[in-house]
Structure formats: C-alpha cells, structure tokens
Ligand binder design. Structure first.
Ligand SMILES: Nc1nc2c(c(=O)[nH]1)N[C@H]1C(S)=C(S)[C@@H](COP(=O)(O)OP(=O)(O)OC[C@H]3O[C@@H](n4cnc5c(=O)[nH]c(N)nc54)[C@H](O)[C@@H]3O)O[C@H]1N2
Ligand SMILES: Nc1nc2c(c(=O)[nH]1)N[C@H]1C(S)=C(S)[C@@H](COP(=O)(O)OP(=O)(O)OC[C@H]3O[C@@H](n4cnc5c(=O)[nH]c(N)nc54)[C@H](O)[C@@H]3O)O[C@H]1N2
Ligand code: SF4
Ligand SMILES: [Mo]
Length: 700
C-alpha cells in the first residue's frame, strides 16, 4: 500500500461513533481529542464523543460468536447460519429470509448489505432503522426538490442566516456542537424560533418559542404560511421563476386563519405573527426540521408544509437560506442512499425503475430480471416476522429493535416467532440477547470506511486502533456468509474495494459518488455529493445543490398542497395525556452503547417521565416518585420528573431504555411509512408498590 493510501485508511484522525454531526476526533492511546479541521464540530465534542473510547475495551465487549447463548467458533456460527438460511429458503422461498440494517453503518456496509440481500439471498425483504428516523423528511423533499440531501448547504451557512425556524429539534442535547452555529448566527444579530412542546435547552436559547401541542405542527405550518401570504411576505418573483404549484397551496391555506390554528396547536396568534415577522423580514432565513415534527403518521405532509413555507418566502436554492432536515444517525444520510432501503438501489435509485435495475445489475454482474422488487418497510417487516406470509429468518446489522421499534412488545413477540434470528453487534444488546446467533463485530475506531454526515459531506473514518481478537468486521461477516451461499467472490471484505464498486454503482444516480476517493476525502476533509467522475478536471463536489435548479425534471421546486389531521390516536377519557418521546444528552438511541459507558450511565441512570407541576399535583405525583405510564399497547415504569418546561397536557419520555416503546403507536405515514413515535394517548399513575427516595431510586 502506498503511504497516501495507508494515511487514508489508518491513523488517529477519525470520526465519532454516534450521531450525524460526525464530529471529527483523534483517537490515540485510548484518549479522544476533538479535531479542529472538520467544520461541523471545529474543536467541539459532546459528552458522548469524549467518552466513546470506553466501549472499545469494555468487559461487555463481545469477541466470540454465540449460538443459542453458548460460545462457538466462527466456522460453526457461519455454517449454522448459512445452513439455516438454505433450509428456510428451500422450504419457503427467498422472501422468507429478511435483512434489517442501520443508519449507523458505513456507506460500504450499507451498500454491501443491500447487495447481499438482493444478490446472495435474492430477497426483497430488506429495510432499516432509517425508516424510524428521517424518512418523512426524505419523502417530502424528494417530492418537493427531487432530491433528498438533509441539509442542502454546508452547516456553516447557518451562522450567516438572519433567522432560523427550527421545528422539533433539540440540538442542544442531540448535537451539542451544532449549537455553535446557532450561537454564531445569533451573535451576528440573527433570530432563532423553536417549535417544541417542551421548553428544551434549545428552546431556551431561542428568541421565540412556539410550544405546540404534540402532533399539530402541520396545522402550525399551514397557519404560518397563511399569515406570511396575508402579510405580504410571499416572494412572488422567486415563486414564478423557481417553483410550481403556489396557487393551489395559497388556496389550501386560506382556511387556516390564525385563530383556528391557535385552537388546534395551542400557540397564541401573537407568537405566530411574531415568528412570521422574524422569518419574513430576514434577508437570509432557514427552516429546519427535526424528529419532533417528522416522526408522525403525517410527518411527510408536515415537512411538506414547512417546505411550502420556505418556498413561499423564497428561501431554498439561495445561498445562506433554505430548508433542511437535521439528519440523526451517524450515517443517516449515506445509509439512505446505497440500497438498504426496501425500495432502493445504490445511488439513491429506485428499485422499480428499469434503467436503475439495468445499471446496478451490470455492476453486480447479474441479470436485471433476477433482482427482487420492493419489499416491506421497517415496521411492516418486523410486524410480518414469523407470520404465515412473512419472513422466517432475520439477519440484523446495526439496530436494536427490542428497544427502539414502535409497539415494541408486539415486535418482541414477532422476533420470538422466527425460526432464525441472527444479530451482528459488538455488545449483547436487548435484541442480541434474544438471537439464535450473535456475531461479534468490530467497532468504529477499529475499522475504516466512509460516512456521509448531515450536510451530505462524505467523510473518512480511519482505523485508529487494532480490533480485539475474535471480532470480525460486518464486511467480513457478509463475505463469510456469501462464501457459504456460493457467491463469496461477489462480496469483497476490503472497504476500499467495496467503495470503488459503490462509486460505479452510484454513477449517474441522484447520489453520485463516482468522483469521490478516499484520498480526496482525506485531502479535502470531506467531499459533498453529488460528485460525478469526470474525464478532465475533478468535479468539485456540490455543497449547495439547488443554487441554479432543483433536481426535478423541470428544475423547479414543487409546492404541494397538504392538509392537517389529528394524530392517529387522540386523547380521550381513558388516556387523557399526550405522550411524546425523544432523547437526552447522555444516551444514544436504544442505549446499547451508552448505557455501558460509566460516566454516561451515571449522568442518566434510568428512564424518567417529564410532567408539568399542575398535572403532577392533579395526579398526586412528586419528582422522584415511581410512576406507571400506560397506553393502549402496554405499560412502562419510570421515575417522575416534575418540570415547568413541558406543556401541562403532555408527558415526555426518553426512549433509551426498554419499555418506553411498549407504549408508542405504530400508526404509519402513508408515504414514508414512518411510525408515530412522537404522539400517542397515555395515562399516568403512581406506582403504589414503590416508595420514594430523595434521589428517585426505587426502594421496594
Ligand atoms: N443525545 C443524543 N443525541 C442524538 C441521538 C440520541 O439518541 N441521543 N440520536 C441521533 C438521532 S438518530 C437523531 S434522529 C437525532 C434526533 O434529534 P432531535 O430531533 O433533536 O431529537 P428528539 O429528542 O427525538 O426530538 C426533538 C424534540 O422534538 C420534540 N417534540 C416531541 N413531539 C413534538 C411535536 O409533536 N412537535 C414538535 N415540533 N416537536 C416535538 C421533543 O420535545 C424534542 O425536544 O439525534 C441524534 N443525536
Ligand atoms: N419512542 C421512540 N423510539 C424511537 C425514536 C424516538 O424518537 N422515539 N427514534 C427512532 C430513531 S430516529 C432511530 S434512528 C432509531 C434508532 O434505534 P436503533 O435502530 O435501535 O439504533 P441503535 O440504538 O443505534 O442500535 C444500533 C445497534 O447496533 C450496534 N451497532 C452500532 N454500530 C454497528 C455497526 O457498525 N455494525 C453492527 N453490526 N452493529 C452496530 C449497536 O451496538 C446497537 O446495539 O430509534 C427510533 N426509535
Ligand atoms: S455531537 Fe454527535 S458526533 Fe459530535 S461528539 Fe456528540 S455524539 Fe459524537
Ligand atoms: Mo434517528
């Protein structure tokens, strides 16, 4: 290997294992220090990043394959899995074997997993946890802009804006170094508007907080647009030159007059007017959404309504302005581009498009007719497991659905009904604990590969430490299985070889990576896609894809009329409270990683439910009390945390511990198939069997 090639794959300069900010960090001698050269974090890290190395050497680390809970050799484990796959397939056909991936996997892994499903298993049944994440925003911007790049601008553009409206994101806890971009914007005189049912740390930094009722952002966005048009903020020149559909949208919001919107959302008219004034008077403005606005059975339409607002104000495709979805998982952006989604092939191609199938089949060396069609979406896949028509075997890479899937009690029963559950993980997650076979894999700093951050910037994770004996990379695992299924030669385990194939497979697609190389990423601290390969001068990459035209056939953005409707499950006498869910600073996702890191477990030791003092008084509950939260689907215990920052009609629970998702509603968005994580009806009562202690620990 040449020195440049080695530098691109091995060395201390890498990226955080967790969220989509993909903060640059050095890992050296077990110590983590932030990198200054990566603009997203520029020297900052959050507590999770600082402590990430602890799991590399944790005693909870898996290094031996497990078969029904007992250690076995790699050969025995892989032989068993391949044998069971063959048997299930022989008895029930290829769709009886399913694959579930994750938005934390590198681009190389996500690509190889999609190819493994379609080529080695010949199954249509593959989807991933990104469905639970930003899929509603993806569906909305695909419809409006013809392309789904979370932020279609560098994150540093935020500092140059005069106003930002952020609906349903709490970056002060979910991406702390993101805050520096908002702070820089505000220090330069910019204003921040935050939409959240809770006065979060992010809402506290805002100039204006719109404390919506959960599940009503769509009405709010329609109301803001109504006011914006009435107050003369519509940018008619921009609308005429760069968009289609404004007239229909103008008509569709005419009935959403401010007082009606106040009744639905609980946001006072004066505050809505103030928000519109802040946005409308700004020279450069941005509308951003997070999971709070997106994780609803109407998430796609909600994001569409915010996009309509941004388009009416003339923001998208103008430097320093725009609409953006703040993507969540480490490779949440890249994970949705390379084919682990049920309806997708690499390069963000559609699996039902004949030209896309022909292109990708040629790269894979298979007959296009042999590629399966679209499969089930994530929740529908989990819901079908072990049913007469559903998959009987599941291979799972990079997700912990026992904790993170909606209606998790039901999902647990579906997983138990499988003939074969195989989990690749580096810790015994709640899902690995119920698997037939657990395959111990390497962690972020022990392997290399590319990640695409929330800006669409392709970054390089380098191998900074030597993996422990016994662990194999996911690519090695896939190769081992493919060899046993008779197609090992199609599944190289070297990430660089896989990336070169990914480049060819993506060439000409929406997410074109063909001009990106490891060396370029290393030299330029990331390259923005699309970046096609060129014969002459290298393509510079595309930090702001919509400056000249949108990615629609006519180059114009589409305004799409949408209408509000209530949550799939509204409150009633039996379940009188809205339950919403989300995150805390110290834990990541299902908590499989962060609950095993001592300083993080100590900072946030257990699940809590946040409720308003007025509600607490009515229910006879005090901070620290052990309470039971119930919904139509199940019950979960938690410690009460009484706080004025939440609406009196709403409960908030973080989902980092098992149990919370036994409550949530699996109602799905009709186009994105996103579950309604952010609102369901619930009831709360004190646990009579638990005595309260000052620190909230249970005594009984
Ligand atoms: N600490 C930490 N950071 C993370 C993660 C983590 O697990 N922990 N996960 C990463 C991932 S994958 C993701 S997707 C991102 C998510 O990042 P965020 O979107 O910032 O996270 P959430 O806490 O899920 O939701 C944000 C806010 O939505 C609010 N909310 C709830 N219901 C509604 C509603 O109906 N309307 C509105 N407007 N707001 C509502 C909640 O009160 C919450 O404050 O974070 C990433 N970063
Ligand atoms: N109630 C509620 N539920 C939610 C949400 C919510 O806001 N509310 N948010 C949803 C969202 S946005 C998301 S993204 C999901 C996330 O939820 P999950 O899909 O469960 O994600 P993680 O907890 O990150 O699970 C990743 C698992 O894979 C392992 N892992 C990490 N990296 C790798 C790797 O490279 N290879 C392999 N083989 N394994 C790896 C980890 O150890 C962990 O066990 O949760 C969703 N669930
Ligand atoms: S903000 Fe995200 S990427 Fe940055 S250190 Fe924290 S978890 Fe890691
Ligand atoms: Mo996410």
């Amino acid at each position: 290997m040449s020195q440049a090639a080695a530098d691109a794959t091995v060395g201390p300069a890498t990226h955080c294992p967790y969220c989509a900010l993909q903060c640059g960090m050095y890992v050296s001698d077990g110590e983590i220090t932030p990198r200054e050269d990566i603009p997203a974090n520029a020297g900052g890290l959050c507590q999770k990043g600082w402590t990430a190395a602890e799991l590399l050497t944790s005693p909870e680390r898996l290094t031996t394959p497990l078969l029904h809970g007992s250690p076995v050799s790699w050969d025995d484990a892989l032989d068993h899995v391949a044998g069971r796959i063959e048997a299930v397939r022989a008895a029930h056909g290829p769709d009886a074997v399913a694959v579930f991936g994750g938005g934390g996997l590198t681009n190389e892994k996500a690509y190889q997993l999609g190819k493994f499903a379609r080529v080695a298993l010949r199954t249509s049944q593959i989807d991933y946890n990104g469905r639970f994440c930003m899929s509603s925003a993806a569906a909305a911007v695909n419809r409006s802009f013809g392309m789904d790049r979370g932020l279609p601008f560098p994150i540093t553009d935020i500092a140059r804006a005069d106003a930002v409206l952020f609906a349903g994101g709490n970056v002060a806890e979910t991406m702390p170094p993101f805050v520096r971009h908002l702070t820089a914007m505000r220090s330069a005189g910019g204003r921040l508007v935050v939409v959240d049912p809770r006065r979060t740390p992010t809402a506290k930094m805002a100039d204006l907080h719109l404390q919506v009722t959960p599940g009503t952002d769509l009405a709010l966005a329609l109301g803001l647009l109504h006011i914006a048009i009435a107050d003369g903020h519509a940018d008619l020149g921009y609308l005429a030159a760069r968009t289609t559909g404004f007239e229909a949208v103008r008509t569709s919001v005419s009935a959403w007059w401010p007082e009606r919107v106040e009744r639905v959302t609980g946001v006072p008219v004066a505050r809505m007017r103030e928000a519109v004034r802040i946005l409308g008077e700004a020279e450069r403005a941005m509308v951003l959404t997070g999971r709070g606005a997106e994780q609803h059975a109407k998430g796609t339409d909600t994001v569409t309504a915010f996009v309509n607002l941004a388009l009416t104000l003339g923001l998208p495709g103008r430097e320093g302005s725009g609409y953006g979805c703040v993507t969540g998982q480490g490779n949440g952006q890249g994970g949705r581009e390379h084919g682990q989604k049920a309806d997708q092939l690499p390069g963000y191609r559609r699996i039902d498009d004949p030209a896309a199938r022909a292109h990708v089949a040629a790269v894979w060396g298979v007959d296009p007719a042999a590629l399966p069609g679209p499969g089930r979406s994530a929740y529908e896949l989990l819901d079908a497991l072990g049913t007469p028509d559903g998959p009987r075997a599941l291979l799972l890479f990079g997700s912990n659905p026992m904790v993170s899937a909606p209606r998790a009690g039901h999902v647990a029963r579906r997983l138990a009904a499988l003939d074969l559950l195989v989990v690749s993980d580096f810790v015994l997650s709640e899902t690995a604990a119920v698997a037939d076979v657990v395959l111990p894999t390497t962690q972020w700093a022990e392997e290399y590969g590319t990640m695409t951050n929330l800006e669409g910037r392709v970054l390089l994770r380098r191998r900074a430490v030597t993996p422990p004996r016994g662990a194999r990379t996911d690519l090695e695992i896939l190769r081992g299985l493919a060899e046993r299924l008779g197609c090992g030669e199609k599944f190289p385990a070297d990430p660089r070889v896989v990336f070169d194939e990914l480049r060819r497979a993506s060439a000409g697609g929406v997410a074109d990576y063909s001009g990106i190389t490891y060396e370029r990423i290393a030299a330029e601290t990331g390259v923005f896609w699309p970046c096609p390969e060129t014969a002459g001068e290298p393509h510079p990459g595309t930090p702001r894809p919509f400056l000249d035209r949108f990615a629609t056939p006519d180059g114009r953005a589409r305004l799409v009329p949408v209408d509000h409707r209530p949550p799939a499950e509204d409150v009633d006498e039996e379940f009188p409270l809205y339950l919403t869910t989300g995150r805390v600073l110290a834990h990541y996702q299902s908590g499989a990683q962060t609950r095993r890191i001592r300083p993080l477990a100590e900072a946030s030791p257990e699940v809590f439910v946040e409720l308003h003092p007025d509600l607490a008084e009515r229910l006879g509950v005090a901070s620290g009390d052990r309470v039971l939260v119930r919904s139509r689907r199940g019950a979960a215990e938690a410690v009460a945390r009484v706080d004025t920052s939440i609406r009196p009609d709403t409960l908030f629970m973080p989902f980092h511990w098992e149990g919370v998702n036994r409550l949530t509603n699996a109602a799905l968005d009709p186009s994105s198939r996103m579950p309604e994580f952010k609102v369901c009806a619930a009831a709360l009562q004190r646990c009579e069997d638990g005595e309260r202690r000052e620190d909230g620990e249970r005594v009984a």
